[in-house]
Design a protein around this ligand. Structure first.
Ligand code: C5P
Length: 323
């Protein structure tokens, strides 16, 4: 195989709870992450020169070493130098469908696709959990993006416990194209404002993690209780992002009041807001009504569904045999 094409889906957070500080400077989290059917297309091609190259059709995505997809390929070349020498370099083409700086894990899912794709191209035979362990060194959401589906994620976000799939739930997403929020800023601001609420000792963090495992949102997912899930959506980062971005607050309120919407929340550090809906018809009507009410050409609104897989191989091409 000399090339492969992968679909790299976005995610939303059904639950994002900040438990406390970690010694490594990150936050202890308890999250429920959900893949959705909005995906970037990643083409990986073995190249004859020992070099990693990234190209992307989106002007805001860097083509250099700061791109997480580049860093994923670099990590694989460092971990598996013999395969890198044998198969040559990697050309990475990213066709962006997921909005950038949106709280939808667009960069993380691109990196996850590169890990999965290089594993195939170089015939490394790494398991999903081995790829997830590598992914954790690149970013907190990368392991989930390899895994996909509906997952309870704790620790920094890298400790994954898969939950039952939610079948075909319609989702509306809405984002102002020109607005993006820095994840580092959102967490830093949260720490400044709410660190007095942090759970301090490790035993209490473990206890709280267990409570989330056995708690209402996981229970509602186990029962496939969509009304319950809609009511239980939670994202602690809303407490800092919504007051700072009034337009996101009012977008969220507009979406939340549409008929057939079961629950509305900001995803990750935002600024994308999403709504879980009863039916596809309700989701389409909510999307149209939100667009009409806000009436701003910078607003993008999508209708999609939840998805039960992570990175998906769309096509491969074999290396032609020497004759
Ligand atoms: O891991 P990742 O690079 O995606 O994280 C982006 C930023 O989000 C980090 O620099 C950190 O400020 C914040 N973060 C955090 N705790 C986490 C995950 C992310 O504080 N568990």
């Amino acid at each position: 195989m000399s090339s492969c094409i992968l679909n790299a889906p976005a995610k939303v957070n059904l639950h994002l709870e900040i438990l406390g500080d970690r010694a490594d400077g990150y936050h202890e989290l308890a999250m429920v992450l959900q893949s959705i059917n909005l995906a970037d297309r990643i083409t990986l091609q073995s190249s004859s020169i020992d070099r990693i190259q990234v190209r992307c059709d989106h002007p805001l995505v860097p083509n250099d070493t700061s791109n997480l997809a580049y860093r994923a390929a670099e990590l694989m070349s460092q971990q598996f130098p013999q395969a890198f020498a044998r198969y040559g370099g990697i050309d990475i083409l990213i066709e962006k469908r997921i909005p950038v700086g949106a709280g939808l894990a667009g960069g993380s899912t691109n990196a996850a696709a590169v890990l999965v794709g290089v594993n195939l191209l170089w015939k490394l035979g790494l398991t999903k959990s081995e790829l997830e362990r590598l992914g954790a060194t690149l970013g907190s959401d990368v392991p989930f993006c390899v895994e996909g589906g509906t997952v309870l994620a704790t620790g920094r976000g890298e400790q994954l416990a898969p939950l039952p799939d939610l079948a075909n739930v319609p989702v509306v997403l809405a984002k102002y194209q020109k607005l993006s929020v820095s994840t580092a800023w959102a967490y830093k601001t949260y720490r400044q404002q709410f660190n007095q609420t942090y759970t301090q000792d490790e035993a209490s963090i473990l206890a709280r993690r267990e409570q989330v495992h056995a708690g209402p949102i996981v229970g509602a997912i186990m029962r496939q209780d969509l009304v319950g899930i809609g009511q239980l959506l939670r994202n602690d980062l809303e407490k800092v992002v919504l007051p700072a971005y009034e337009s996101v607050q009012s977008l969220r309120s507009t979406l939340a009041t549409q008929a057939g919407v079961l629950g509305t929340m900001m995803s990750g550090s935002g600024p994308t807001v999403f709504a879980l809906c009863e039916t596809t018809t309700a989701a389409e009507a909510a999307a149209v009504a939100t667009r009409r009410t806000i009436n701003n050409p910078d607003l993008s609104v999508w209708v999609t569904t939840v998805r039960s897989e992570g990175i998906e191989l769309a096509a491969t091409q074999a290396i032609p045999k020497d004759i």
